[in-house]
Design a protein around this ligand. Sequence first.
Ligand SMILES: CCC/C=C/C(=O)SCCNC(=O)CCNC(=O)[C@H](O)C(C)(C)COP(=O)([O-])OP(=O)([O-])OC[C@H]1O[C@@H](n2cnc3c(N)ncnc32)[C@H](O)[C@@H]1OP(=O)([O-])[O-]
Ligand SMILES: Cc1cc2nc3c(=O)[nH]c(=O)nc-3n(C[C@H](O)[C@H](O)[C@H](O)COP(=O)(O)OP(=O)(O)OC[C@H]3O[C@@H](n4cnc5c(N)ncnc54)[C@H](O)[C@@H]3O)c2cc1C
Length: 681
Amino acid sequence: MSEVNINEDLVKERKKCTFDVEELIHLVDGGKHNTLERKKVEQYVLSIKELKDDVPEEYLSHKERYENSVRKGSILFMVLMKGILERKRNKDEGISYNYKIINGVVKDVTPFMLHFGMFLPTLASQASPEQQREWLKKGSQMIGTYAQTELGHGTFLRGLETTATYDADTEEFIIHSPNLTSYKWWPGGLAQTVNHCIVMAQLYIKGKNHGIHPFLVQIRDIETHMPLPGIKVGDIGPKLGFQTANNGFLGFDNYRIPRMNMLMKNSQVLKDGTYVKAKNDKLTYGTMVFVRVTIVADVAYELARAATIAVRYAAVRHQSKPKPNEPEPQILDYLTQQHKLFIAVSTSHAFRIVGRWLWSTYTKPEPQILDYVTQQHKLFIAVSTSHAFRIVGRWLWSTYTKVVADIRHGNMDHLPELHALACCLKAVCSKDASVCVEQCRFACGGHGYMQSSNLPIIYGIVTATVTYEGEHTVMLLQTARYLVKAYKQASEGKSLTPTVAYMAKYLKNGSHCWQNTPEGIIGGFQAVAAGKTKEACESLFRHAHARAVLCEMFWKEIQRISSTVSPSLAIVLEQLAELYLKYWALEKRGDMLMYSNITKEDISSLQRRYVELLALIRPNAVGIVDAFDIRDEILCSTLGAYDGRVYERLMEEAMKSPLNKEPVNQSFHKYIKPLLIQAKL
Ligand SMILES: CCC/C=C/C(=O)SCCNC(=O)CCNC(=O)[C@H](O)C(C)(C)COP(=O)([O-])OP(=O)([O-])OC[C@H]1O[C@@H](n2cnc3c(N)ncnc32)[C@H](O)[C@@H]1OP(=O)([O-])[O-]
Ligand SMILES: Cc1cc2nc3c(=O)[nH]c(=O)nc-3n(C[C@H](O)[C@H](O)[C@H](O)COP(=O)(O)OP(=O)(O)OC[C@H]3O[C@@H](n4cnc5c(N)ncnc54)[C@H](O)[C@@H]3O)c2cc1C
C-alpha cells in the first residue's frame, strides 16, 4: 500500500520502530516458510469474489445470516478439500485451515467449525483403524459435529441421560432420549448443517450401564437432508455471540444404528454383547483434551486481532487538552490588605507564568491516546499476553503430541499431568483473553462499541471459550485435584512430574525469598501455588499454578528465542515478556505478600520498572502489532485497518445501514406522525 493513503500518525509510528517487523512476523508464524505459505493461502482465499458480502453480516436476519455463512463456509470447505488433495501431491502447496483464514470469510463462526474441530479429530482418535478406513475415506459424504452436552447436563458427564442400549439379536444400538433434559443442546452445526454426529451416550448392555461412549449417528438423509425418522433436530436460537455457528438441539426416539457405529478404538462391544473395557476409561474424553490444548493458541490469535485494532486506533486517535488560566487579582492599600496583596501579586505572576505554559500546552496538538500511560497499561498487556499464549500454546501442543504418542504405545503415565495442564491453561488463557479483549474495547472508547470495530464479535468468540470445552471453574477444580495429589506426594518425599516439581522445593524452603527478577517472580508464583495448595487442599484456589506455568514457559522460551534473533528484536521480546511478568506480580501482590518475603520497597520498584517498560515499548507499539501481520479482511475492523482511515471507514460502514437508504422511514408516517397529531390536540 502506498504511504500516501496511510494516516500520517501511523506513518510516523512505523518510522520510529527500532526492530525489523518482518523478522518478528516470521517468528510469530514459526518461520519464513510458514509466512510465505500463509500469505499464499490468504491471497488465494481472500481473492475469491464470491466470499465478499454486499451487505455486512450484522444487518442480516438470523436466518439470512446462517444461510450466508453456509454459502461462504461451503466455498471454503471446497477450497480446503482441494487443498488437502494438492498438499498430498506437493507439500509446499495447498490450503490450510490453520491460518484462521476463516475470520476473513465469516466474521463470526462458521457452521462447519465442529466438523473440522471435533468431528474429524474424534473419528481420527477414537475410531478403530478399520472404522477410520471406512469413515475417513475420500469422497465421504459425512458432515458432522460433536454432540455431548444436553439440556440438563454439560459439566457432569456421568450425568448425561442419552442411552445407547445394545440389542444382540439385531446387532444394533438403540439410541434414545428418555426425557427433555436428555436432549442434546449446543453442538455447533447440529441444527441445519450436519448429516452426522458423534453422540456421547450411556452404554447399556443386558441392563448394565458401562458409562458414556461415542457413537457415529447419521441424523439426516444424504440426498434430501431431511431429518431421519426417530430424529428431532433444530436450532437453539440467538446467543451472545456464535450467531452463525448453527448450534442445535437433538432428540432420539428409539433410533437404531449398527453395532459397528460405536467408536471402537478404546472399548468394544462384541456381536454377542461382550463388553471389552478400555485400558483407561478417560480416553473417551480425549477429544476434549485435544480441543482444550488448541484453545490456548486460538485465544492468542483472537487477542492479537483485538490488540492490533486497539493499538492502531490509539495511535490514530487524538483526545483531550488541559484548560486555560483564570483572570488576575485586585490591589488594596491596608497592611493587612498588602499582606493579602503581595501574595496576590506574586500569585498573579505565578499564575501568569504557569498560565502561559498552560496555554502553550493547550495550543499544542492533542496527544495521541497511545501516549497516555493509562492507555499503554490497558493495551500492552494484551499484546504481550497474545505472545505469551502463542508461545505457551506451542509448548503445550508439543507436550500433547508426545503424551499422545506414548498413549499409542500403551503408556498412560503422563495423561493425568497433561489433563491437569490442559484444564488450567485452557481456563486461565480463555478468561484472561476475554478480559484483555474487553479491555481493548474499552480502550477504543465509544467507537469500540460499534459492531464495525469488530471488537464485539471478537469478544463474543473469545468469551465463549471460557464456557465451552469445560467450564472455567470446573477446569480449575480438575487441576486442583491434581495439585493436591502432587502436594501429598511431595510431602511424602516422592518424586514429582516436571510441571509440579516446584512443590518439593517449596516444602523444603518454606516461604519464597523474593527477588525482583523474572526468575524471582516465577518462583513467587510457584510459592503462591504451593502455599495455596498446602493451605486449602480441598477448597477453591484458582489460577496460581497456571500463572506459574505461563510465566515460567513464556520467560524460558523468550530467553531461548532471544539468542536466535537479531539484538534489536531480542530487546523487544524481552521487554514484552518482562512486562507480562511484572504486570502479574503487581496484580497478585497480595498473594506474593502472603507466600514470599516481598517488601513494600520491592513492590514500588516493580511498579517503577513496569511504568518504565510501558515507555520502552511505546515507540514500537504499532510495529509490534503490525508484526501480527493480520490482513484487513481478517481484522474486519473500521478502527484497526493498516491505513488508519478510521473516521472515513466508520462513516462508510454507517452508510451501509439499510436505514440510511431512504430519507424518511415508513414508521414516521405509521407511528410518529399520528403521535405528533395527537400531541397537538
Ligand atoms: C467451538 C466450540 C466447541 C465446543 C465444544 C464443546 O464444548 S464439547 C463439550 C465439552 N464438555 C466438557 O468439556 C465437559 C466438562 N466436564 C468434564 O470434562 C468432566 O466431566 C469432568 C472432568 C468435569 C469430571 O469428569 P468425571 O466426573 O468423569 O471425573 P472425576 O472428576 O470423577 O475424575 C475422575 C478422574 O478422571 C480424571 N479425568 C477427568 N477428565 C479427564 C480427561 N479428559 N483426561 C484424563 N483424565 C481425566 C480426573 O483427573 C480424575 O482423576 P483421579 O483424580 O481420579 O486420578
Ligand atoms: C458457544 C458454545 C458452543 C458449544 N458447543 C458445544 C458443542 O459443539 N458440543 C457440545 O457437546 N457442547 C457444546 N457446548 C456446551 C459446553 O461444553 C457446555 O456449556 C460447558 O461444558 C458447560 O456446561 P454447562 O453449560 O452444563 O454448565 P454448568 O455445568 O451447568 O455450569 C453452570 C455453573 O455451575 C458451576 N458448576 C458446575 N459444576 C460444578 C462443580 N462440580 N463444582 C463447582 N461448580 C460447578 C459452573 O462453574 C458454572 O458456574 C457449547 C457451549 C457454548 C457456550
